[in-house]
Design a protein around this ligand. Structure first.
Ligand SMILES: NC(=O)c1ccc[n+]([C@@H]2O[C@H](COP(=O)([O-])OP(=O)(O)OC[C@H]3O[C@@H](n4cnc5c(N)ncnc54)[C@H](O)[C@@H]3O)[C@@H](O)[C@H]2O)c1
Length: 341
């Protein structure tokens, strides 16, 4: 089996320390759709370490085989290459995570229909499996369901301010539909659904290339190569960046804990940072001579984004632990090695 990158190895160990003695998935069968993607592959790693039998389903549209190639040959890991909208299997799963969806704004705007289908028809397919198997099922929704939120920090009971026909609507509205479908299965059939509204997450395995790149990975890659760091708009828009190990543990708790059935929970780091601050910080950490340049703003880009995580803390005892600076250093270390290899 291929060896994991040292940063990933160490981060996985840290998560296991956080979850010491946890046996919720030991010997249980878990399906992760989108398991070859950024978040899905971290979950596959964690679930396997905690003793689960893991099926990773992915169509490799935005995910990479490299994210899971170290797991090929593991006796409790199975890889299924398939589109979630065509998912038909009679296997039994105790837990399901539905993470299959394009997630980068540039990428989902190039593929709006696939994005809508993964969250609508794809959600229907996995919900039917959960209904048949009586599984606990977690949906990876997004802070984008809040659109350009008028309440900051944003709590779960804020209904959102979304343009239903704008260029981002294929993602925002698909996720809103997905949430409504999950809640319908909960109300109509009593399926044990859980919905995580994920705020911007970064870390090793977040793609930096072409349309798949998101702000953090794109900036780091630009800084390491000495290219211009490209900020859209005036850069005063804010985001809250959560390191991937914090998010993976949060998602794991959402999937396995009691008292979360039928709940919607924000997961993210409540520290709000402007995009300009992020660009400056990355420039400093990488010791880069890149210039920070401003490009025209993108349409419907939310001005501020910051989660109210009181519900996650109350229900799961969860809050992020990794600082932005520490998380960025780890991501830089990983990406540097990847670029050099
Ligand atoms: N990373 C974040 O900051 C963030 C924020 C909010 C929500 N999310 C959600 O979390 C989930 C995972 O996001 P990510 O950041 O890991 O993105 P990603 O692109 O790295 O992973 C998504 C995975 O789903 C696969 N996929 C896409 N469409 C599919 C389909 N129709 N059938 C089968 N597989 C398909 C892709 O190949 C990829 O491996 C997504 O649902 C995304 O909307 C992520």
């Amino acid at each position: 089996m291929k060896r994991l990158d040292p940063v990933l190895e160490e981060d996985t160990k840290r998560m296991l320390v956080d979850l010491e003695g946890d046996s919720a998935v030991e010997g249980r069968s878990v399906l992760v759709t989108g398991g070859a993607g950024f978040l899905g592959s971290w979950l596959c790693d964690l679930l396997l370490k905690l003793g689960a039998q893991v099926t990773c389903l992915d169509n490799f549209s935005s995910g990479r085989l490299d994210n899971v190639s170290h797991l090929l040959g593991h006796e409790r890991f199975r890889l299924v290459k398939q589109d979630v909208t065509r998912f038909e299997r009679n296997d039994k799963y105790d837990f399901i995570v539905h993470a299959a969806s394009r997630a980068s704004p540039e990428d989902y705007q190039i593929h709006p229909i696939e994005t809508m289908l993964a969250n609508s028809l794809g959600s229907l397919k996995v919900l039917e499996v959960a209904r048949r198997c009586d599984s606990k099922i977690l949906y990876t929704s997004t802070s984008e369901v809040y659109g350009d939120a008028k309440v900051i920090p944003t709590p779960e009971d804020y209904w959102g301010n979304v343009n239903p026909i704008g260029p981002r609507s294929c993602y925002d509205e698909a996720k809103r539909f997905g949430e409504a479908l999950f809640m319908s299965y909960y109300r109509k059939y009593g399926v044990d659904v859980r919905i995580a509204r994920i705020f911007n997450t970064y870390g090793p395995r977040l793609r930096e290339d072409s349309a798949y790149g998101r702000a953090v990975s794109r900036f780091i890659s630009q800084a390491l190569r000495g290219d211009d760091i490209t900020v859209y708009g005036d850069g005063e828009q804010t985001r809250s960046f959560c390191y991937v190990t914090d998010m993976t543990v949060g998602l794991y708790l959402m999937l396995t804990r009691e008292g979360v059935k039928g709940q919607v929970v924000n997961l993210g780091n409540p520290r709000e940072t402007t995009i300009n601050e992020l660009a400056e910080l990355i420039k400093r950490i990488t010791n880069s001579r890149s210039r920070i340049v401003h490009l025209p703003p993108v349409p419907d880009d939310p001005r501020r984004r910051c989660p109210d995580i009181s519900r996650a803390t109350e229900l799961l005892g969860w809050r992020p632990r990794v600082s932005l600076e520490d998380g960025l250093r780890r991501t830089v270390e990983w990406l540097k090695r990847k670029i050099e290899s």
